[in-house]
Design a protein around this ligand. Structure first.
Ligand SMILES: [Zn+2]
Length: 164
């Protein structure tokens, strides 16, 4: 790594770490950290921005409420669409932030596995890292919160109300 010799190149320039969480997300962010600690996977976050902005500007996938935007040598950014956030339920807000922090803090990818056990036999997401959790009932995340928290932080496999 020759970066120290060529520190003036943008790609190698060290960036100063920062944690900036818009007050709108403080509740969900604090809950995420508290859950990590509670399940035995405490996180020390020293480089993260969570903010409202134009999600298209950050290349979020079409129709997304938000996304985690990362570039090497840059602070990871969770960007959220303000109108969508304001229209979201409390449960859905938690899903949004936990999911994006799963990407931006835990470096997790999507996991679309499902388990049996939803109402009328509908499969339920095994993980909040499900790419389309919003296609399921947001209340699942509330009903099985501890199971989802354990799964997210690598301490479980998600809710298995029917034993699988
Ligand atoms: Zn995602």
């Amino acid at each position: 790594m020759l970066c120290p010799l060529f520190w003036f190149l943008a790609a190698c320039a060290p960036h100063s770490k920062t944690v900036q969480v818009d007050p709108a997300f403080k509740t969900q962010y604090a809950a995420f950290l508290a859950d990590g600690a509670a399940v035995g996977a405490p996180q020390s976050v020293d480089d993260l921005i969570i903010k409202f902005d134009d999600v298209n500007k950050y290349g979020c996938a079409e129709g997304r409420v938000g996304c985690c935007f990362t570039q090497s040598h840059e602070t990871p950014v969770v960007v959220i669409d303000k109108a969508a956030w304001q229209g979201a339920s409390s449960a859905y807000r938690s899903i949004i932030i936990y999911h994006e922090l799963g990407h931006c803090v835990l470096n997790r990818q999507h996991d679309n596995a499902t388990h049996a056990g939803g109402a009328f036999g509908i499969p339920i997401p095994a993980s909040v890292m499900q790419a389309n959790f919003s296609g399921y009932l947001p209340d699942l995340f509330t009903d099985f919160h501890e199971d989802y928290a354990k799964e997210l932080f690598g301490k479980g496999i998600g809710p298995t109300p029917f034993g699988n």
